[in-house]
Design a protein around this ligand. Structure first.
Ligand code: PLP
Length: 394
């Protein structure tokens, strides 16, 4: 059969770092080992029943069997605006400041193509969510890394960025609560971000995928809550984590009108819009009772406490995440992050994601997801204890 070679654009896409980990994990599973997989970011709980019911009803409605309107139904944009008003006190014009997305990932990958020309530059957090890189490469643009260091609470330090990089960049990705570090943003940080973006003409894209998951009574901050934020950027919200709807592919971008209209323009050329029944169910999720979100958050907090307290009790000096459903754990001894994750897989049948897969500054850490029951997290702690690599604390 004739082989058609891929375009240079595809050949230049970043390699899927975690593919080899998935392969190794599957080999262990095939051999029948009881693997505790803390390596992925897929919510383990089902979508709340009232949302599923809404989808079932809406799927039976012939209106939804037709093409949805371009750019989505207005009721969903209104629901997104209501959600932002209720949760964050942020006013949004549903017609001009909301764009419906096929999940957050779609928006994050589209934005560089909407705003950057070949050779332009975008600032990305390092470590960070690898999909930012994909969008930048697809736009034939360049990436400038912003190190997220533990000593800065995993927030970028704008003062450390070379001035020429700040001047060159047209776009900046941020993400709090943060994947992979579990850090959250402060009011001061977002205020500084607005100022930095204004001074340097940068469009800020705040990825708020874990907006619903904040611990110790701290509700994560929306970037749009800050004065001037809408002038300099947008926020990407997804229903994947808030309502366990990762498979449904629905989210939205909110904020700066010119960016929202650029996203809509690109999407007009690529898609029609989401299945109407999904739009109805998403609208119900955003506007009906939020009890399910409160319960989900407390479930993750309880899992976090179990894992972190357990690891500390066996002598692993780990920092507790403030939000998201990830724990960012410092690798012990002289292991690299990849060696340590291989070691845990081989010796304890536990999967964690090596930090280096999230960027150079992810080295020295592994990411563990809080996406399994507390019993399994305790079992993971027991298995790590049996490795005897941590000195017991008194
Ligand atoms: C930081 C971050 N942003 C965005 C996403 C994308 O989520 P979705 O495309 O399901 O909305 C994820 C998913 O894992 C994520 O971890």
């Amino acid at each position: 059969m004739k082989h058609f070679s891929q375009s240079d654009l595809l050949n230049n896409l970043p390699k899927q770092f975690f593919a080899s980990l998935v392969k190794k994990t599957n080999q262990y599973i095939e051999k029948g080992y009881d693997i505790i997989n803390l390596g992925q970011g897929n919510p383990d709980q089902p979508t709340p029943e009232h949302i599923v019911k809404k989808l079932q009803q809406a799927a039976a409605n012939p209106v939804n069997h037709k093409y949805s309107p371009f750019q989505g139904f207005r009721y969903l944009k209104k629901a997104a605006a209501l959600f932002y008003k209720r949760e964050y006190g942020v006013e949004l014009d549903p017609d001009k400041e909301v764009a419906i997305l096929f999940g957050g990932k779609a928006g994050l990958v589209e934005i560089p193509q909407c705003l950057l020309n070949p050779g332009d530059a975008a600032l990305v957090p390092d470590p960070g969510y690898p999909d930012y890189w994909s969008g930048i490469v697809l736009a034939r643009a360049e990436m400038i890394n912003m190190p997220l260091l533990e000593e800065n609470d995993f927030l970028p330090n704008f003062a450390d960025l070379p001035e020429e990089d700040a001047k060159k960049a047209k776009l900046m990705f941020l993400n709090y609560p943060n994947n992979p570090t579990g850090a959250t943003a402060t009011k001061e940080f977002f205020e500084q971000t607005v100022k930095f973006a204004e001074e340097n003409d940068i469009c800020v894209v705040h990825d708020f995928a874990y907006g619903a998951i904040g611990f110790d009574g701290q509700k994560p901050l929306s970037f749009l809550q800050f004065e001037g934020a809408k002038d300099v950027g947008i926020e990407i919200y997804t229903l994947s984590k808030t309502y366990n709807m990762a498979g449904w592919r629905v989210g939205f971008a909110v904020g700066n009108e010119s960016v929202i209209s650029a996203i809509n323009l690109l999407q007009d050329h690529m898609y029609v819009s989401l299945f109407g029944a999904i739009q109805e169910a998403a609208s119900a999720a955003l506007t009906e009772s939020q009890e399910c979100v409160v319960k989900l958050n407390s479930m993750y907090e309880s899992r976090r406490n179990t894992l972190i307290n357990g690891l500390r009790s066996i002598g692993w000096n780990v920092t507790a995440p403030k939000g998201s459903f990830f724990a960012w754990l410092k690798v012990p001894g002289n292991f690299t992050s990849e060696q340590f994750s291989d070691y845990l897989l081989e010796k304890a049948h536990i999967v964690v994601a090596p930090g280096i897969g999230f960027g150079k500054h992810g080295e020295g850490y592994v990411r563990a997801g809080l996406l399994t029951s507390e019993d399994r997290l305790l079992e993971a702690v027991e298995r790590i204890k049996a490795l005897k690599i941590f000195k017991m604390m008194d």
